[in-house]
Design a protein around this ligand. Structure first.
Ligand SMILES: Cc1cc2nc3c(=O)[nH]c(=O)nc-3n(C[C@H](O)[C@H](O)[C@H](O)COP(=O)(O)OP(=O)(O)OC[C@H]3O[C@@H](n4cnc5c(N)ncnc54)[C@H](O)[C@@H]3O)c2cc1C
Length: 500
């Protein structure tokens, strides 16, 4: 009996009903006939490509960890409304304690993947929680496309429940394909738009871009973002469908991880990757009960508020990653014996500054959290945006400092097989030891830092950090548009005695 079947009836010992998936169930759920292309080759399943397969296996471990006592609190919670044991990913915080608790799964998944998965299973549910936070607004909205009249608020609630009951993993793809940005018509051509309407649902065509994790997820959660001053009604659509839905084709970017490498040679890149997909929709049916906005341009403007939990996820993940950077930096000083050099201490100090600042932003965003119209407690957007901006502005410098601390060690790595070779291994072992560690132990650390800062996977991750949830110029624009400065202006006037 699977855990899903077990979920159908209450536990005989009176324990809460479990809605948790095992890792094996998660992996089985990906064998659904989804259409994935990679380098011109159609994959039979996501497991045909080692980088995707390893990434899926890492995600499967996160499901199995739900059943391990040491991770149970971070990854699961008992839903107060139903008494059911569920993934924390689907928890909607309604008090400060619940907000702090919800953060635990972000910290867990960030550590599990070394922060290299920006869209782990617990990210997209944050967008659904964001929709839940504005249910009264979505309840007032009506379809503006004739022939299909979904109940948006009921659908949002039902999708939350569906996700929670099925321990669902969804990809969220909001950005549109990159075309000629000087020509609004070019963006319009690739927009996802309604092509046909029936009373039971709509048919959409177009494309979504860089849908991270899509090939390894169950569903895709989509909308259109930007590109046009006014989005045409037929492109004002938010919805969710299974990634294996008829008419969806994923075209994956080239792989950047090293799934066949040993844990010693590539401690992080050997874990596989979350891939990014170009996702074509060719007449895809979206059932009426999976539509959250239809035809209403105002509905599209809710992107910022609705993504608040996703942006909190991004910032928290970077805070966790910054702790890995500090830990790795400290270890470099220890194994190279450079810790007493003042200039080196300064460099480590900058890593600590980054880490402490990111933690401060997370703490402040939660301390300043406010209740929405639906009674959901959401982190402060100004703090999140300023924190995200700081995190990506400083990221290249932080990576550079970590590389700098390592010196030649980051380049002069030879791999486990070289150390094991009887002809050359003894040279490496004898001539390259560190301060209180063997040559192999030193190299193990350098291999970790290479994967986090310098290899192909690190390159993709750095590009991801830079733009995945808005590039820096757009974050600055958000700060300008969203942070109220009235009080500060008043303070200047009072201090200076300006009575105008
Ligand atoms: C690895 C990776 C993974 C991603 N994963 C996801 C995902 O899972 N889901 C998702 O929805 N999106 C994802 N994104 C997409 C991300 O949201 C976009 O890249 C981002 O919004 C920038 O849009 P663009 O790439 O289309 O930039 P473009 O619009 O093509 O612009 C290029 C650059 O010009 C500048 N620029 C353009 N317009 C403006 C403007 N109005 N104001 C200020 N500067 C501007 C910016 O510097 C921008 O980076 C991912 C991106 C990457 C690289």
């Amino acid at each position: 009996m699977t855990s899903q079947q077990a979920a159908a009836s209450p536990h005989p010992a009176g324990k809460p009903v479990s809605r948790l998936k095992t890792g094996a169930e998660f992996l089985a759920s990906l064998r659904d006939g989804r259409r994935i292309y990679l380098g011109g080759r159609r994959l039979d399943t996501v497991f045909d490509e080692p980088g995707l397969a390893k990434g899926a296996e890492l995600m499967a471990e996160t499901f199995d960890d739900q059943f391990r006592p040491e991770f149970a609190d971070a990854t699961t919670f008992t839903d107060p409304a139903t008494g059911e044991l569920s993934s924390r990913a689907w928890q909607v915080p309604r008090s400060p304690a619940e907000l702090t608790d919800r953060r635990k799964i972000i910290e867990y998944s960030s550590l599990k993947t070394g922060g290299t998965f920006g869209r782990p299973s617990d990210l997209a549910p944050g967008i659904v929680a964001g929709l839940m936070a504005y249910l009264p607004t979505f309840r007032k909205k009506k379809s503006m496309i004739e022939g299909c009249d979904p109940d948006f608020a009921a659908n949002i609630e039902a999708y939350m429940e569906y996700g929670r009951q099925n321990n669902l993993t969804a990809s969220e793809s909001l950005a549109g394909p990159q075309t000629d940005r000087s020509n609004p018509k070019a963006a319009e051509a690739a927009f996802l738009r309604v092509k046909k309407v029936t009373k039971d649902g709509i048919y959409v065509s177009g494309a979504k871009t860089v849908g991270s994790i899509a090939a390894q997820a169950n569903d895709i959660f989509f909308t259109n973002l930007g590109g046009l001053a006014t989005t045409p009604p037929e492109a004002c659509v938010w919805g969710a469908v299974p990634i294996a839905a008829e008419g969806i084709t994923m075209i994956s970017r080239e792989m950047v991880s090293q799934p066949e490498a040993s844990k010693f040679d590539h401690p992080v890149a050997s874990m596989g990757e979350e891939a990014d997909q170009f996702i074509v929709f060719d007449n895809v049916f979206v059932p009426k009960d999976r539509i959250f906005n239809l035809g209403d341009p105002d509905g599209m403007s809710w992107y910022g508020p609705v993504c608040v939990f996703a942006h909190w996820h991004v910032l928290t993940r970077l805070a966790v990653k910054s702790e890995l950077f500090v830990g790795a930096g400290q270890m470099v000083l220890d194994v190279l014996g450079t810790g007493k050099i003042p200039a080196v201490q300064q460099m480590l100090g900058e890593l600590v500054q980054y880490q402490q600042t990111l933690r401060a932003f997370v703490t402040a965003a939660e301390a300043k959290a406010t209740y929405t119209e639906a009674g959901v407690l959401t982190p402060d957007v100004g703090m999140l945006t300023a924190g995200r901006l700081y995190s990506i502005q400083e990221y290249p410098r932080i990576i550079h400092i970590l590389q700098e601390l390592c010196g030649q060690g980051l380049v002069m790595r030879f791999g486990q097989s070289a150390f094991g070779n009887p002809d050359i291994g003894h040279y490496l072992n004898d001539l390259l030891p560190g301060h209180g560690v063997s040559a192999m132990q030193k190299e193990h650390l350098m291999n970790f830092i290479w994967d986090m800062t310098s290899g192909a996977l690190a390159g993709r991750v750095a590009l991801f950090e830079n733009v995945n949830s808005s590039p820096a110029p757009r974050l600055r624009a958000r700060l300008h548009d969203e942070v109220d400065r009235t009080k500060f202006v008043d303070q200047v006037k009072t201090l200076a005695g300006m009575d105008w």
